[in-house]
Ligand binder design. Structure first.
Ligand SMILES: Nc1ncnc2c1ncn2[C@@H]1O[C@H](COP(=O)(O)OP(=O)(O)OP(=O)(O)O)[C@@H](O)[C@H]1O
Length: 239
């Protein structure tokens, strides 16, 4: 099963953010999406999850065309994403925050509560279920963001900079966790990340963007040897 985007273009106020980018995520792989700031990575995740309608191009889940579908439709069909900012409702408990996303998909309150508890346990923060949003440490808040996504039973999980702001130890545990999630949920994981150690350790395949375009794809070794990658990242090599 595959989530694919073909020849995607997005413009904001006439300015090109993505220009004819294609990528595919298989259920069963961890694909790294990397690139300098402003490369178009988050915009691409927005397109892949129904948060941004592309000006051109096609998104499909296997052979099902997703044109015009809402973000909620993508969620219901197993395409789930996290955000750079977790944004919890501060008046709700952590559990209620997760239940709210499930209820919006029509899941009963009872099942939503049970599912939230299971996912918070899975993320190792079951004891924080009754705390209010906004009272957790930064690292725990990011775990809630992932728990909230996992509660939606992803077939494709799109993680937008999950290691941002984590220390080295926390980033290492995150690497183990992402591998575990991929296996336990049998989901494809798209990982946007600036932490190169994390990306190179857990991704078998990388997709590199710069200035809204694809500049390299391949295994970490192939990408590291690619002149366009070296030029974009290290300022060396022929572009
Ligand atoms: N809603 C928007 N309105 C106008 N321009 C936008 C909008 N969202 C993104 N852009 C622009 O589109 C381009 C791609 O942005 P995007 O956030 O996708 O890049 P990114 O690779 O995710 O960057 P970063 O690594 O900094 O998060 C940038 O030039 C950005 O300023």
């Amino acid at each position: 099963m595959q989530l694919s985007a073909t020849d995607i273009s997005v413009r904001f106020a006439g300015v090109s953010a993505i220009d004819k980018v294609s990528m595919a995520l298989d259920r069963g792989e961890i694909l790294g999406l990397i690139g300098p700031n402003g490369a178009g990575k988050t915009t691409m995740v927005n397109v892949l999850s129904g948060f941004q309608k592309p000006r051109e191009g096609r998104v499909a889940i296997e052979s099902v065309d997703c044109a015009g579908r809402s973000a909620a439709w993508f969620s219901r069909h197993g395409v789930v994403r996290t955000f750079q900012a977790v944004r919890l409702f501060k008046d709700l408990t952590i559990s209620e925050n997760i239940e709210a996303s499930l209820s919006s998909l029509g899941i009963s309150r009872f099942r939503a509560r049970r599912r939230a508890a299971e996912m918070l346990d899975y993320m190792g923060i079951g004891d924080k279920a009754d705390r209010r949003g906004g009272t957790l440490s930064y690292g725990d808040e990011r775990r809630v963001g992932i728990a909230r996504a996992l509660a939606l039973a992803p077939k494709f999980l799109l993680l937008d900079e999950p290691a941002a702001g984590l220390n080295i130890g926390e980033a290492e545990s995150l690497a183990d966790l992402i591998r575990r999630i991929q296996g336990d949920f049998s989901c494809g994981v798209l990982l946007i990340e600036h932490n190169m150690t994390l990306v190179m350790t857990i991704c078998r395949r990388l997709h590199v963007m710069a200035s809204g375009r694809t500049i390299a794809t391949g295994t970490p070794a192939e990408v590291l040897a690619d002149p366009q990658f070296k030029s974009a990242y290290l300022g060396t090599g022929a572009a």
